[in-house]
Design a protein around this ligand. Structure first.
Ligand code: 4AD
Length: 466
């Protein structure tokens, strides 16, 4: 085969080299009959390609042909790399291609519902363009999601989903290095795994079943099966009725469960180290992707400490109280009070990533272990990025009798979870774990304002396509 050059790799060192590239014609502009400019885009990176009708370059017919190519069509270009005197503003790469040949491989229909160039601009940029009287088409979120196949072509979106891939990858690598075993648990289960009514019910060959709200029950059963430490990356289903910026009906869960020798802080240790490793790695290895996101959605890099800050729920309540925010010491925090506490913590400790632990038992799921010294509290925690929850975790009840009492008091039909409860009757180690929402991690690391931006094909109460 021939040698193909990747747009992302093209720089001034390639001056005078002949190259062959494939990409999309992002914009096509003819200047008279002798010159045409094509901005070629490949995976979010763009390069200016110039067709000039003159001997040894291209023919007039080829300029005309190029001028007629529709936006987003896939083209192959052969040409020679040149370095212009002035910096290039309309493309990401700082070199150009003097075209010798251009082929159209696949034509896009004209009049696309999304103009990728406009859809790639920041809000500030759009406002400026508006003031200058530039004709541009703003696209709302629904249009973007309806035509996700186009929307996802913007540099920011290309960055977001490459970052997401890295988060998953680092999670796996870290868990493996800590002795966790990757498992897969069933997504068709008999009952609710988190309690509550937010489950998708379905008919399972005559039996009533649910789409798993989490791998909670089976990851715990696996601990009773002697794996010691397990993790899973998989879909999680929640029949959420709410339209918020951070809830989806299907998301990707990064879950972990482990034996605890002495204290649930062993689980928090893992969480702290996992996330410092993750943040470091994203900052080091995803620079281009983060820059691409930043260009469209400007954000400050996340502040985090080498040793993850831990605060007790009681301390959190106290800190809120000191700033005049009263919350129920045995209730849960809400979006607003979580954000507020996030701000206070940031000012006081200079971190936007922290763990809040020892929650009131009454606001935690039935499987959560009460505190030994005060059963009004529990051995549980939530983890926050920029004042929003990304993780919840806890030590679990491994004593069958207590588990039944807890389930009943939470209104759960114990019959639907009997095989789960029974698995603790054959000797069960103390254990705990946590669940991370992948889309939330990416959303909050990049300070994006909506979880739909970090879900490739989001599912919310109204969206089942594409
Ligand atoms: O807080 P949740 O519901 O906890 C569990 O599922 C437990 N089984 C975890 C454990 O091991 N104790 O969900 C865990 C995380 C949340 O912190 C959040 O990041 C994410 O999953 N999450 C959602 N993400 C998107 N849309 C939703 N509807 C979400 N619900 C939870």
């Amino acid at each position: 085969g021939r040698k193909w050059t990747v747009v992302e790799s093209m720089d001034a060192e390639m001056k005078d080299h002949s190259v062959l590239v494939r990409g999309r014609a992002q914009t096509i502009r003819a200047v008279g009959k002798n010159i045409a400019f094509v901005v070629l885009r490949e995976r979010g990176f763009t390069i200016q390609c110039i067709l000039t009708a003159k001997p040894d370059f291209v023919s007039k017919q080829m300029v005309k042909f190029a001028a007629g190519i529709s936006r987003e069509s896939i083209v192959d270009i052969e040409g020679v790399v040149s370095v212009p005197e002035k910096p290039i503003t309309g493309a990401s790469q700082q070199v150009e291609i003097q075209v010798r040949k251009i082929y159209c491989i696949s034509r896009a229909i004209p009049n696309l519902p999304i103009n990728i160039e406009d859809a790639s601009r920041s809000e500030v940029d759009l406002e400026k363009a508006d003031k200058m009287g530039e004709k541009l088409v703003r696209v709302g979120q629904d249009t973007r999601l309806n035509y996700r196949v186009l929307d996802v072509r913007t540099p920011a979106n290309q960055g977001i989903f490459r970052i997401q891939c890295q988060v998953e990858n680092i999670f796996r690598q870290f868990m493996l290095s800590e002795g966790f075993v990757g498992i897969h648990t069933p997504k068709l289960i008999a009952g609710s795994s988190e309690g509550g009514s937010a489950v998708f019910k379905l008919d399972y060959k005559g039996q009533s079943a649910c789409l798993a709200q989490s791998p909670q029950l089976h990851k715990q059963i696996s601990i009773c099966g002697d794996f010691g430490r397990v993790f899973e990356v998989g879909p999680v289903f929640r029949a959420e009725d709410s339209f918020t910026h951070r809830h989806l009906c299907e998301f990707v869960g990064l879950d972990a469960e482990m034996e605890i020798k002495e204290h649930y802080s062993e689980v928090m240790d893992i969480v702290g180290r996992l996330f410092v490793t993750l943040f470091d790695s994203l900052n080091q290895n995803c620079k281009k992707e983060l820059d691409a996101v930043n260009m469209q959605y400007p954000f400050e890099p996340l502040k985090y400490l080498r040793n993850t800050l831990r605060l007790s729920f009681e301390e959190g309540v106290q800190m809120l109280k000191e700033t005049g925010v009263e919350v129920d010491p045995f209730g849960d925090l809400n979006t607003e009070t979580e954000r507020k506490l996030g701000q206070i913590v940031k000012e006081k400790y200079n971190t936007e990533f922290y763990i809040l632990h020892r929650y009131p038992l009454s606001v935690r799921p039935f499987y959560t272990m009460p505190c030994a010294d005060n059963p009004a509290y529990s051995n549980s925690f939530d983890v926050f990025i920029r004042g929003e929850e990304i993780i919840s975790g806890a030590q679990r009840v491994h004593i069958p009798e207590l588990l039944i009492t807890r389930a009943e008091s939470c209104g759960i039909d114990v019959k639907t979870i009997s095989s789960y409860v029974d698995s603790f009757r054959y000797g069960a180690p103390p254990h705990g774990g946590f669940g991370v929402g992948l889309e939330r991690v990416v959303m909050l690391f990049c300070a994006l304002n909506n979880i739909r931006k970090t879900s490739l094909y989001p599912r919310d109460p109204l969206r089942l396509a594409p």
